[in-house]
Design a protein around this ligand. Structure first.
Ligand SMILES: Cc1cc2nc3c(=O)[nH]c(=O)nc-3n(C[C@H](O)[C@H](O)[C@H](O)COP(=O)(O)O)c2cc1C
Length: 172
């Protein structure tokens, strides 16, 4: 799929078929995520691939908007390493760029996915740390639920000409 088409047609998918995601596709998603830009090219990320049903179904117990994990065959936790990048703001930005790459790659590969916010919600960060055994030097930033879509979503037109300013800020 061409890049512009992937960007324009990607939607959050929250219903999944009972079908595992092939390891080869997971590998491609991780490669796409790690290809993201990062401040000073520090690449401060780590990725936890979660396929154990027990772990996936524990997350909605503390994350109010993650019920689709009861159905999803996989999820990828994108984390930032404070030993590599000391600014949590840059970690958040860099890991978010990796997350978006991962979402677009999933869509291009015929998978459905949705971004689940973790950082900066402290309770979610702490509960994910506990569940997955993540050390304090690593901050979980975003979780992507993944699988083969069991719902169809139309693209949404979001372009707002009024949000575009040329050369200087000028009210329209
Ligand atoms: C930082 C962030 C956090 C999000 N957290 C959740 C979440 O916890 N649960 C969820 O179902 N969707 C979550 N989403 C997905 C948004 O709801 C979704 O992207 C938005 O409604 C636009 O729809 P679309 O992705 O289909 O274009 C999150 C998206 C972002 C960028």
């Amino acid at each position: 799929m061409d890049t512009i088409k992937a960007i324009m047609t990607r939607r959050s998918i929250r219903r999944f078929k009972d079908r595992p995601v092939e390891e080869k596709k997971i590998e491609t998603l991780l490669q796409a995520a790690m290809q993201a830009p990062s401040a000073r090219n520090s690449q401060p990320w780590h990725f936890i691939v979660i396929t154990e049903g027990r772990l996936l179904s524990a997350i909605p117990e503390f994350h109010p908007n993650a019920k689709m994990l009861l159905q999803a065959p996989a999820a990828i936790m994108i984390c930032g390493d404070i030993r590599i990048e000391e600014s949590i703001e840059y970690i958040n930005t860099d890991c978010s760029a990796a997350t978006q790459n991962l979402l677009l790659a999933a869509h291009s590969l015929g998978l459905g996915a949705v971004w689940l916010g973790i950082y900066p919600r402290e309770k979610r960060v702490e509960e994910i740390r506990k569940l997955l055994g993540i050390p304090r030097t690593i901050t979980p930033i975003a979780l992507v639920a993944l699988g083969y879509a069991a719902e169809d979503k139309e693209p949404e037109e979001r372009f707002q000409p009024k949000r575009v300013h040329r050369n200087r800020w000028a009210s329209q």
